[in-house]
Design a protein around this ligand. Structure first.
Ligand code: PEP
Ligand code: MN
Length: 695
């Protein structure tokens, strides 16, 4: 045997020992983990113990002649792995045996995303997982929502190229939750078929984010074309498949080696510290044990209150909660309005977090908790400078006791759902707070619940382009502030006119734009929500759908106002509970509508429950309007009932009006004529003014 091989054999023997020692160390870690899992007061981070460990490694390292930075990295990796293993014992859904999960990730086999997937699953299982790569973010999210996979890993931001907006946009509109995160160092190299020279390259393939992170290097390859690929590891594989020596790839060194490419230039990223933050998504939120430092991600829109954003941020400052990220994105179709993404250090179950969220409600149009998960992005100490008392189990900085985001409160908060904690001040999100403050819901330029009494008018159904145009004209002339019109009609008989559907939505939106009126229209099905939301300024939930909870949940994720009509056999309490579904989803812009209930009386289509208005005003901060048209069923009764509604303190009315009532395809008997509408308004004025409001 050559001397070289003898030495290599020695190394192999030592490595074997090292690995077996690491295995033994992990067994000890597990025993401690099981112990911690049983003792709810045992912290997963013991700062003193951490400090001692770092000191011990420093001293032993010095004796062995090993530098601090090297041992520091090693110890951090070991502790990071150990902590994830121990976390398993702190999960409420801890499995006795290792479950097998189906996990998706965006990228190609061998990518950083695939490696990160394994690390993120470690606290959840030590069994194998079925991993599926996806080429598009939306395809991957479809698979998660469609229950084809249990978890999904997506990149969300990078230290060089910033946030990945497509991912933010996609998760905004879906019923998914953030349940974990991971930060992964990214290395890029230029690779090509063996024997290729850099100068010979005509094209280079990679994913758009990688190109962005290597801009400076790529510009130095003058004359070389950039070819966009969905993932850099897939770009590397495609170079081998194509066999073209003039094509290269920017990818990780691992992906290059796996594909069989030769590395032409190492480290081509514009910045040395290039790291990607991945998030793990699931269909349901997961609780984080109070002993693990946690982070909470929020998605919100602010309302029209002066200084609303500052108020929201101050709510966290007052509770001593630290924001680790604030990002804003323009709201499509709402120029100069923004969606805010906020990451806060702290557990959503923590009392202070709940107080802050509660305080913010007054200033937000919508507020959704995207998830609460173990925080893995805090600064990491180095072995050379062991930080005092501030080092966590994995070496990340944690706040001193009493200042961390995870102290106490979590047991008291078990009643709260993880997705959206219930407010501290009152038992329901819809409840009128002690301050008596009432919500104002904005629909386009109109406000419901403010100083003005808001009239919404229009035909029962959109029947044609010219009919809705004429309707919009008469509605605008009468001084109504919002145009109504159904495109999807819930008809008691399947043979009645069902509405024009998508075509009707387009006509309605066009009529609204022409006369400067925001529009409200009904959505019947979950599947139609995106289409209706695009055309309407406000979405109506009809009486028949008041308890369509799946629909209410989806509407809770929107940032658009909702008009929720009372079911015809629903109690006031049930109406408020239905509203609670939308509010709990994070959409605070709900207007309630009394539209008559079923009683033994047959003289009217329904019985207008006038008393529900003052009753609701006692119970909720949400605006309340009245629909006298569907309650009455007859034109002659609409005006007196409308006046009664104003007199008992409704915030507005929704009435049916038609340019030629006798020709209406739907609810003709109750449609007001243009003249009727003017009479209605004239009679309303003194009633509304007597209450100090204006029309
Ligand atoms: C409507 O407003 O068009 C309607 C169908 O009303 P409701 O759901 O109250 O019957
Ligand atoms: Mn109708």
């Amino acid at each position: 045997m050559s001397p070289l091989n003898t030495h290599r054999n020695t190394i192999d023997e030592i490595d074997k020992e090292l690995i077996s020692l690491l295995g033994r160390r992990m067994e000890a870690v597990r025993t401690i983990g099981a112990f911690k899992g049983q003792d709810e007061h045992a912290p997963i981070h013991d700062p003193t113990r951490e400090h001692d460990l770092f000191a011990f490694w420093t001293a032993e390292g010095e004796k062995a002649g090993l530098p601090g930075f090297f041992l520091g990295r090693l110890l951090r990796e070991i502790l990071s792995h150990s902590r994830r293993d121990q976390e398993r014992h702190l999960r409420p859904s801890a499995h006795p045996e290792a479950p097998r999960f189906r996990v998706g990730y965006h990228g190609a086999v061998g990518s950083y995303a695939e490696l990160a997937t394994d690390k993120l699953l470690q606290p959840r299982t030590d069994g194998p997982s079925d991993k599926t790569p996806f080429e598009t973010f939306s395809g991957a999210l479809d698979a998660l929502e469609g229950e084809e996979i249990d978890y999904l890993l997506l990149p969300i931001e990078n230290t060089v190229s910033g946030s990945i907006h497509e991912v933010y946009r996609e998760i905004t509109n879906r019923g998914v939750f953030l349940v974990d995160e991971e930060v992964w160092p990214v290395q890029h190299c230029l690779a090509a078929l063996p024997g290729t020279r850099v100068e010979a390259l005509v094209a280079v393939r990679s994913d758009p984010d990688a190109f962005q992170q290597c801009q400076r290097f790529f510009r130095s390859l003058v004359g070389t074309k950039a070819e966009s690929w969905y993932a850099s590891a897939a770009a590397a594989a495609s170079v081998v498949e194509g066999g073209d020596p003039t094509v290269g790839a920017i990818c990780s060194p691992d992906a290059a080696r796996m594909a069989g490419l030769e590395i032409l230039t190492e480290e081509v990223s514009d910045h040395k510290d290039n790291r990607t933050r991945y998030v793990l998504l699931s269909r349901s939120a997961e609780e984080v044990d109070s002993r693990i430092p946690a982070k909470t991600s929020l998605l919100l829109t602010v309302n029209h209150h002066h200084g609303a954003l500052a108020e929201c941020l101050q709510a966290f400052a007052r509770e001593g909660l630290n924001l680790s990220k604030l990002e804003s994105r323009p709201l499509p179709q709402r120029p100069w309005e923004y969606l805010f993404y906020i990451d806060v250090e702290g557990n959503v179950q923590d009392e202070r977090m709940r107080t802050a969220l509660d305080a913010m409600r007054e200033f937000t149009g919508s507020l959704r908790v995207l998830g609460c998960y173990p925080s893995r992005t805090r600064g990491e100490p180095t072995l050379a400078l062991p930080p005092r008392r501030l080092v966590g189990e994995t070496g990340e900085l944690i706040a001193p006791a009493g200042e961390s985001g995870t102290t106490g409160g979590s047991k008291a908060a078990t009643k709260a759902s993880v997705a959206c904690p219930t407010p501290v001040a009152s038992d329901q999100l819809s409840s009128l707070p002690e301050s008596g403050r009432r919500s104002v819901v904005r629909v386009g330029e109109a406000e419901i619940g403010g100083d003005r009494f808001t009239l919404i008018a229009g035909p029962c159904a959109v029947e044609s382009q010219s009919q809705i145009m004429k309707s919009a004209e008469l509605v605008a002339e009468a001084g109504a502030l919002v145009l109504r019109g159904g495109a999807f009609k819930p008809r008691s008989s399947p043979y009645s006119f069902q509405g024009l559907g998508k075509e009707g939505l387009d006509y309605l939106a066009e009529a609204g734009r022409t006369f400067g009126l925001p529009v409200v229209t009904e959505c019947l099905r979950v599947e139609d929500v995106p289409m209706v939301a695009e055309a309407a300024d406000m979405i109506q939930v009809g009486a028949r759908n008041m308890q369509n909870f799946e629909l209410l949940k989806v509407l809770g994720r929107l940032r658009q106002p909702i008009l929720l009509k009372r079911g015809m056999s629903a109690t006031v309490k049930e109406l408020l509970q239905a509203a609670e579904y939308i509010l709990a989803g994070g959409n605070h812009q709900v207007v309630l509508c009394e539209r008559g209930i079923r009683t033994f009386e047959t003289a009217t289509r329904s019985t207008l429950d006038v008393s529900s208005v003052p009753v609701l005003k006692e119970l909720t901060h949400l605006p309340v309007i009245v629909d006298p048209s569907h309650a009455a069923g007859r034109r002659e009764l609409v005006i007196p009932l409308a006046h009664a509604a104003a007199a008992v303190g409704a915030d507005g009315l929704i009435v049916e009006a038609h340019p030629v009532p006798s020709e209406a395809l739907c609810d003709a008997e109750q449609a007001l004529s243009p003249d009727d509408l003017l009479r209605l308004v004239a009679g309303l004025r003194p009633i509304v003014e007597a209450q100090g409001r204006r029309l």
